[in-house]
Design a protein. Structure first.
Length: 465
C-alpha cells in the first residue's frame, strides 16, 4: 500500500522535513500557498528574510546528513556565501572585546549569506535530487481525531479537498495555525511560554567599500545587565561583495526605517565600529524593519498530541533573531525526524511523539540561550527572572569576561551558542574553575583589528571609542 507524507510549508523547515521523509515514503508532497521564486528573491510572507541570517555548524552538518549528495554547503559557497570562524570574528560583548584566535576548525565555522540565497539553494537541492513535489495550495485544517491525524484539508485553485496522509508535518512557520487546528480535534493542552523584550530589527544592504573586501563578521552585543534598553548590531558579509547590516533595539530603543537614522543608530551602539564602517559604504536599498521578534515556544512534546502529526521549525518556537538560531533549529528538527524514521515506521504507535521529543532538545537549548538574555531588558513581557536565573546570570557574566581572554573558554561558549553542546556543559568543573580564577590576560582596549583592517578603518579617520 502506497504511503504518503504531507509537509505544510515550503520554507527551510518544510524542505528539510521533506528531505528527511523521501527515503521512507512513496510520496512526499509539500504544500506552499505562495508562488516560490525560481531564483534567489524575496518571498511575500517571509519579512524576516530581509535581516541577517547565519547557518550554524550544527545546522550545516544536519543538512549534510539529510542531503549527502546534494552538497548544499558547496552550492552556497559557489554562489558567493562566506564562511567565518566564530573565534576569528569581531565581537564586542557585555564584558568587552573578544580576542581573535587564528585557529580555524570546521565545528566553529558559520556560513553567511542572504536568506533568499539560502532558501533558493536549499529548494533547488531538494527538488533536484529527490522525488519531493511542491503543490501550490493552502492548508485549511487537519483531518482525523484527537487520536490520529489522517491528512489535511486544502484549498487549491479555488477548490477544497481532503488530502489523505500517513504523516503530516506542520512546518508552516511562525504564522502556523496548528494550535487552532488541534483545538478542532479536541487537543487543547499545549503549554506555551513567551518572553518579549519588544525588540525591533532594522536592516540594510551596503556595497563593501574598496579595501574592506575581507572584513569579517562583526557583532556589537547589547548588555542585558545594564538596566536600560538594549542596542545591538551585526555586520554580515554576504554574496555579491555586499554587507548585510542588522541593527536591533529593545523596547524604548527601537530603530526606524529612516535611512539617516540607521547610521546614527549604528554609531550609538556600545561601540561605534559598525557605524563607522557603513558610513563609508554605499547603501544598496531601503531600510527594512520587523517588529515580530518575540521568543515564543509551544511544548508540543508535553501535550497529548495525536499520532500522525509532527510540528517542526518556527511552528514550534521562534527566537530573538540576534542569535541566528532559527535555520539551524529547523535543520536539527528535520534531522531528528530522519533518525527516527530509521528506527520506527511512521504508522507505529509513539512515532510522532518520539520525533517531537527529539526535536525539542535543540529547541530547548536555543530558547534557553535567547530568553536568558532577553528577560533582563526593561519592560520585558513574560516570566520574571528567578533566583536561579540571577545566580546563573552572575556566573555567565564572569565566564564571558574570561572568554574575552581565553581561547578554550571562548570555544566552549561558542559550542553552546552554535547548538553543538547543551547549555549545561558551561557548568563543568573546568569552566567553573576558570570563572572563579577570572581573566588570564588584560582586557583589550579596542577592537582586535588586523593590519589590513586597521589600515581601512584608519583611512576613514580616528575610530571613536
Amino acid at each position: 500500500m502506497s504511503r504518503r507524507a504531507v509537509v505544510i510549508g515550503g520554507s527551510v523547515a518544510g524542505m528539510l522535513a521533506a528531505a528527511a521523509l523521501f527515503r521512507s515514503m512513496d510520496e512526499v508532497i509539500v504544500l506552499e500557498r505562495d508562488e516560490l521564486p525560481d531564483r534567489p528573491a524575496p518571498r511575500k510572507r517571509l519579512p524576516q528574510a530581509r535581516h541577517a541570517h547565519i547557518l550554524l555548524p550544527s545546522g550545516r552538518d544536519a543538512i549534510r546528513e539529510l542531503l549527502p549528495v546534494a552538497n548544499v554547503h558547496g552550492r552556497l559557497l559557489a554562489s558567493g556565501a562566506h564562511e567565518q570562524s566564530m573565534t576569528d570574528m569581531l565581537g564586542f560583548g557585555p564584558q568587552g572585546w573578544y580576542r581573535r584566535w587564528p585557529t580555524v576548525t570546521d565545528d566553529l565555522t558559520v556560513t553567511c549569506c542572504t536568506r533568499d540565497l539560502f532558501d533558493w539553494t536549499l529548494r533547488e537541492a531538494v527538488l533536484g535530487t529527490t522525488p519531493v513535489v511542491v503543490r501550490r495550495a493552502e492548508a485549511l485544517g487537519l483531518l482525523g481525531t484527537d487520536a490520529r491525524v489522517t491528512g489535511v484539508r486544502v484549498l487549491a485553485e479555488g477548490l477544497e479537498e481532503d488530502l489523505r496522509a500517513d504523516l503530516v508535518v506542520d512546518a508552516s512557520g511562525r504564522g502556523s495555525r496548528v494550535e487552532h487546528w488541534l483545538e478542532g480535534l479536541g487537543v487543547t493542552d499545549v503549554p506555551t511560554d513567551e518572553v518579549d523584550s519588544g525588540l525591533v530589527c532594522a536592516s540594510r544592504i551596503f556595497q563593501v567599500p574598496r579595501g574592506a573586501e575581507d572584513f569579517p563578521l562583526t557583532q556589537i552585543e547589547a548588555d542585558p545587565t545594564a538596566s536600560r534598553p538594549g542596542r545591538s548590531g551585526t555586520l554580515v558579509p554576504i554574496e555579491g561583495g555586499r554587507w548585510l547590516v542588522t541593527l536591533a533595539g529593545t523596547r524604548g530603543a527601537e530603530p526606524t526605517t529612516h535611512p539617516d537614522a540607521f547610521t546614527d543608530f549604528a554609531f550609538r551602539l556600545r561601540h561605534p565600529l559598525i557605524g563607522q564602517l557603513i558610513s563609508a559604504a554605499e547603501p544598496l536599498g531601503e531600510v527594512s524593519v520587523s517588529h515580530s521578534t518575540r521568543n515564543r515556544r509551544r511544548d508540543f512534546e508535553k501535550a497529548a498530541m495525536p499520532e500522525g502529526l509532527v510540528v517542526l521549525g518556527d511552528a514550534v518556537a521562534v527566537f530573538n533573531p540576534v542569535h541566528g538560531q532559527g535555520m539551524s533549529v529547523a535543520a536539527l528538527g528535520a534531522q531528528a525526524l530522519s533518525r527516527q524514521l530509521r528506527q520506527t515506521d511512521v504508522t507505529a504507535p509513539g512515532f510522532a511523539r518520539a520525533v517531537q521529543r527529539a526535536a525539542a532538545r535543540s529547541v530547548s537549548a536555543a530558547y534557553a540561550i535567547s530568553t536568558s538574555q532577553d528577560q533582563w531588558f526593561p519592560e520585558v513581557v513574560g516570566r520574571a527572572p528567578s533566583l536561579v536565573d540571577r545566580v546563573l546570570s552572575h556566573y555567565m557574566g564572569r565566564l564571558a569576561r574570561v572568554a574575552t581572554t581565553s581561547y578554550s573558554v571562548s570555544a566552549a561558549r561558542s559550542k553552546v551558542a552554535t547548538l553543538q553542546a547543551e547549555p549545561s556543559r558551561l557548568l563543568n568543573t573546568e569552566l567553573l574553575v576558570a570563572a572563579l580564577k577570572g581573566p588570564v590576560m588584560e582586557p583589550l582596549a579596542g577592537p582586535p583589528l588586523t593590519f589590513e583592517e586597521s589600515a581601512f578603518v584608519d583611512s576613514m579617520g580616528p575610530l571613536a571609542v
